[in-house]
Design a protein around this ligand. Structure first.
Ligand code: GTP
Ligand code: SPV
Ligand code: MN
Length: 602
């Protein structure tokens, strides 16, 4: 019988011993965590290749990871979560600030002292008989001034191996800290994975995160949504920069001219796909490269443009629907050194999910570990099953990812999953109207968060689950940033998900989204005119390149961009309710803009 002891065994010499020295506050915090959680072992990570190999081997021995077929998927592992721990839990995510007012009505609030006491109670002795891992990491390129250092203390080896892919993990983080640098404290324990004892808590004033009861990405990989967005957005507001739920891509024309584009789409609404887009054959000579697929940190540059970095180093992407037709670059990115979570496992050690290439396997073991066959009533992979892959695997990774000053953004795109109303692509009138457009965007909810699947909700700037302070103040911050930018990006809206009367998507999407991107770039370069409507500038059919598109002509295009005043009246009514909830924090300019827009679409 294999030994499933969860303590690390036969630790090679030199591993696990990299206890940080010379930063008194850091050492004191680590000591506090050890006293509190009482682990049986403490393993100080250094981020080395030898450490990765050792921890993978141990995770396999413990039964937490399963090696996949190494001929087909070298360096890849399979993992199943607890069945109740498959997505973010917005109801159990809290911002703990001295006043409730500070977090606004769109966040869940708890008093910091009360919450801390409750969490400390749960963490007392929580790591008895377990290993505590101390994980130093950087969010952002090594020498960027926007880069943040975090240290995550966790009892999950799965979390360590995922953090290693998603962040710049290792001792360089301690070097950047020096003797007294500020760092994010992140304490994570899976406890017993009981949803009753699951709390994802943020303490922005202490630059601290405490997360218990979940091992799922967004809840447990603390550098990602917790630090880079919730704590990050609050920090950005205080310091005058932006932390956004945005992909970043570079689009290079056949003439060699580059534009950098940022796009905010809600969870599971197409960021990874758009960031890795391959232009259709008709766009030969165009090249799209990826800077990031989920998070952007942005600041005003000396030239008055907005500069962006991707704080992450990997992709925690949605598996279902990913295939060689929809996203070949993602398929190549996940061909090696990838951790697959909650997909299906085939008898030959391969993975499968709904919407992967080819026929479904004749038999498989589903995400719950049950026997599955193509005629099984349930899905083989969980709808929010994911891959964790290093960015360096991406064949179209932009070299700019490591540039400490970031890339200057030409256009910001807001998009959502909307069966109706929102056209394929349109442009706002200016920064303020673009902010309004982002502030009023809705989207149908996806499996990335527990509950509400398919329901339309307002998700301003795709930040509803991730804004770490009052949404009204967040809107005001957007307006302030616009005033700081002499050359602000142009702001656009897109919708890849409009449906016809039969419930089919009207737009082919994926690589064909290049056509909308091309129009956006043409607008940035002042090359094409547009149709003026109350909601913004719409593309004229003659300016939108439809050549080479099968079964989709000008009439279909006109359906995809149709301006639907009745739909907008409903949208603006929803936005009005939302703005009202934000009360005194709501910027007057945007409330006034709403009244103007309401009148215009009547
Ligand atoms: P998070 O990682 O949750 O923030 O999501 P994301 O925005 O990166 O979403 P992703 O690109 O992984 O897409 C999620 C789902 O939308 C996948 O199932 C895709 O296949 C599907 N999708 C992406 N782009 C398109 C598109 O242009 N059209 C259609 N119809 N579906 C798309
Ligand atoms: C999202 O839900 O927007 C994600 C996945 O990108 S997670 O990191 O789990 O939040
Ligand atoms: Mn996301």
């Amino acid at each position: 019988m294999s030994d499933k002891s969860i303590l690390l065994q036969s630790i090679p010499e030199g591993l696990g011993t990299h206890k940080p020295q010379g930063h008194a506050k850091l050492s004191a915090w680590i000591d506090d965590c050890i006293k509190r959680c009482q682990p049986a072992q403490v393993f100080y990570c250094d981020g080395s290749e030898a450490e990765k190999k050792f921890l993978e081997k141990e995770a396999v021995r413990m039964g937490i990871l399963t090696p996949l077929n190494q001929d087909k998927l070298p360096g890849c592992f399979y993992s199943r979560s607890h069945p109740n721990d498959v997505a973010r839990v917005e109801q159990l995510t809290f911002i703990c600030t001295p006043t409730k007012e500070a977090v606004g009505p769109t966040n869940h609030w708890r008093d910091p002292q009360e919450m801390r006491a409750k969490l400390m109670g749960m963490l007392d002795g929580a790591m008895k008989g377990r290993v505590m891992y101390v994980v130093p990491y950087m969010m952002g390129p090594k020498d960027s001034k926007l880069t943040q250092v975090g240290v995550e203390i966790t009892d999950s080896i799965y979390v360590v191996l995922n953090m290693r892919i998603m962040s710049r993990m290792g001792e360089a983080a301690y070097e950047r800290l020096g003797a007294d640098g500020d760092f994010n404290k992140g304490l994570h324990s899976t406890l017993d994975l009981n949803p009753e004892r699951r709390f994802i808590c943020h303490f922005p004033q202490d630059n601290e995160i405490i997360s218990v009861g979940s091992g799922y990405g967004g809840n447990a990989l603390l550098g990602k949504k917790c630090l880079a967005l919730r704590i990050g957005s609050a920090l950005a507001q205080r310091q005058g920069w932006m932390a956004e739920h945005m992909l970043l891509l570079a689009a290079e024309s056949p003439e060699g001219k580059k534009h950098y584009i940022a796009a905010a789409f809600p969870s599971a609404c197409g960021k990874t796909n758009f960031a890795m887009l391959i232009p259709p054959p008709h766009f030969a000579g165009w090249k799209i490269t990826t800077i990031g697929d989920d998070i952007a940190w942005m600041e005003a540059g000396p030239d008055g443009r907005l500069y962006a970095i991707n704080p992450e180093a990997g992709y925690f992407g949605v598996a279902p629907g990913t295939n060689y037709k929809s996203n070949p670059n993602a398929m190549k990115s996940i061909a090696r050194d990838t951790i697959y979570t909650n997909v299906a496992l085939t008898p030959d050690g391969d993975v499968w999910w709904e919407g992967k290439d080819g026929d479904p396997p004749a038999e498989a073991s589903d995400w719950l570990g049950n026997a599955w066959a193509p005629d099984s009533p349930d899905k083989a992979a969980h709808a929010n099953s994911r891959f964790t892959a290093p960015a360096r695997n991406n064949p179209v990774l932009a070299p700019e990812v490591d540039d400490p000053k970031g890339v200057p953004i030409s256009a910001i795109i807001f998009g959502g999953r909307r069966a109706s109303t929102v056209p394929l692509v349109f442009q706002s009138f200016d920064w303020e109207h673009g902010t309004f457009l982002g502030a009023t965007m809705g989207s149908e909810m996806t499996a990335a968060a527990a509950g509400g699947l398919g329901q339309l909700r307002l998700d301003p700037m795709a930040m509803i689950p991730f804004c770490g302070y009052h949404m009204g103040d967040y809107f005001a911050h957007w307006l302030t940033m616009g005033k700081k930018l002499k050359n602000p990006p142009l702001i656009f809206g897109v919708n890849w998900f409009r449906k016809d009367e039969q419930g089919r998507f009207v737009w082919p999407g994926f690589g064909e989204n290049m056509r909308a991107l091309k129009w956006i770039i043409d607008r940035c370069e002042g090359k094409v005119d547009a149709k003026e409507t109350p909601i913004g500038h719409l593309p004229r059919t003659e300016d939108f390149d439809l050549e080479g598109l099968k079964d989709f002509g000008p009439a279909d295009f006109e359906k995809a961009i149709a301006y639907d005043p009745a739909g907008w009246q409903k949208d603006y009514a929803l936005a009005g309710e939302f703005f009202a909830k934000l009360g005194e924090h709501m910027p007057k300019e945007l409330s006034a803009r709403l009244e103007k827009q309401k009148a215009a679409v009547k």
